[in-house]
Design a protein around this ligand. Sequence first.
Ligand code: 13P
Length: 239
Amino acid sequence: MKLIVANFKMNLLIKDIHNYLEVIEQKLNKDQVIFCPNNLHIKYFSEKNYLVGSQDISFQEYGAITGDTSINQLKEVGITYTINGHSERRQYFLDNKYINKKVKLALSKQIKIILCIGENLKAFEENNTFSVLKDQIDNALKDNLNYINETNLIIAYEPIWSIGTGKIPTNSCLEKTILNIKTYLKETYNLNLKVLYGGSVNLENIDSLQEVSEIDGYLVGSLSLDPNKFLTLINKINN
Ligand code: 13P
């Protein structure tokens, strides 16, 4: 079964969430899909026993960090996962030091991590994809190996140039990159981790993406905002 993660980013209002929950009611496998809505909407999903993740956590457990939300506050409203290192967070708010701290904090609190990695267009065009990914993995895992196992860390490969652009790597490129990621994790860290693909996943390209055998699931942005389209996508993935 492929894992499917919905990242709503900064979209939707409470009324949309209520409508969304009505549309999806009884229509999906609750062990297969993880919803990552805005923090204000997490409880609406967790109340109905959906798997829920936050889009980020504060790097600090508690204290004076204006504007952040702590892992304990997020756990209280029902998350069991958190996204860490999404490229939009890396771009505006984070450096690798915080991503590394967040891995340790989340795992020590029994929150599973969806770790996003991905190269920008320049690195892709200059054939530097793998060295970028390797650095991102090393930075996140450094000193955290005692906490990590094969069920609490999932990698999401999201090329930055694919996010929201409609452009995705070719199947052979994806097959190779994801295999490289898995081989590196196995050989360097002795970890067999699931690797999701994210970036412009839609109803037009999903059949083709499904031919990439190394993909263990998907991290879906804009398409997941429409519950009917999202259900159609899930059906296509499962058939
Ligand atoms: P899109 O599916 O909108 O390209 O977003 C991908 C993404 O960033 C998911 O985390």
